[in-house]
Design a binder for this molecule. Structure first.
Ligand SMILES: Cc1cc2nc3c(=O)[nH]c(=O)nc-3n(C[C@H](O)[C@H](O)[C@H](O)COP(=O)(O)O)c2cc1C
Length: 208
């Protein structure tokens, strides 16, 4: 199959994107509106950028509506803060309950039954049941148009992290204890418990 992106409808380009970039980590993003309504939504266009400063990114797409912004993006633009919560096998069904595009007055903590607990340095609540919560201050939002199929890149600086003690072993996060899930295409998800190790080779002598 050969594909020229110039001629591709956005929905087909979307299928190419979500089928190619797999598995994707999931940022379960909690925000709060200016009016004080909690919001919780999942974003699998999510990644880390660098550890010091600790920068993370995720990308909400635009909707086909008068205000094309998802609640998450609007709240971050208004407040400059968000929390990234890790999605595990234990809470993936509750995460899925937050996926419909509810009106902005709906609190997805209530929809999902997940527990909001106060964050330490930012206003949005964090998810108690998620074993890692990264409290973020907005660094920059880069927009790529406003039409359906386009989106924004949200860059945040992690200012505080909460890690449940039960998932830590020998000073680092143990993947088998955390049981994070990843996103594939369609309705599919991936577990992180089927792994293999591959030792990185040293730089050959002649290049040192
Ligand atoms: C696992 C998962 C991953 C998702 N990833 C994204 C994403 O990367 N970008 C996006 O725009 N929407 C994504 N969505 C859809 C949003 O979660 C959905 O549009 C949500 O209703 C947005 O909520 P909000 O308006 O409260 O921000 C994803 C949904 C799920 C369940």
């Amino acid at each position: 199959m050969e594909l020229s992106l110039d001629n591709l409808e956005w929905k087909d380009a979307y299928k190419l994107l979500i089928g190619t970039i797999v598995p994707r980590p999931i940022a379960f993003v909690s925000t709060v509106s200016q009016q004080g309504v909690n919001n919780l939504a999942a974003f699998s266009f999510f990644n880390g950028v660098c550890p010091k400063p600790f920068i993370v990114s995720f990308a909400p797409m635009f909707k086909d509506s008068a205000d094309p912004r998802k609640d998450t993006l609007r709240n971050i633009q208004e407040t400059g803060q968000f929390v990234i919560n890790v999605v595990t096998e234990d809470i993936v069904h509750q995460m899925n309950e937050t996926a419909p595009e509810f009106p902005s007055f709906v609190d997805e903590f209530e929809v999902s039954g997940l527990t909001p607990v106060p964050s330490t340095k930012v206003k949005p609540a964090r998810v108690l049941e998620s074993p890692v919560n990264l409290e973020c201050e907005l660094v920059q939002i880069v927009n790529f148009g406003y039409q359906p199929g386009s989106g924004s890149l949200v860059l945040g600086k992690v200012v505080y992290a909460h890690v449940h003690d039960e998932i830590v072993q020998h000073g680092h996060i143990d993947a088998d204890r955390m049981r994070a899930v990843g996103r594939m295409a369609g309705n599919d998800y991936a577990r992180t418990t089927d792994r293999f190790a591959l030792k990185r080779p040293p730089l050959p002598e002649q290049y040192r």
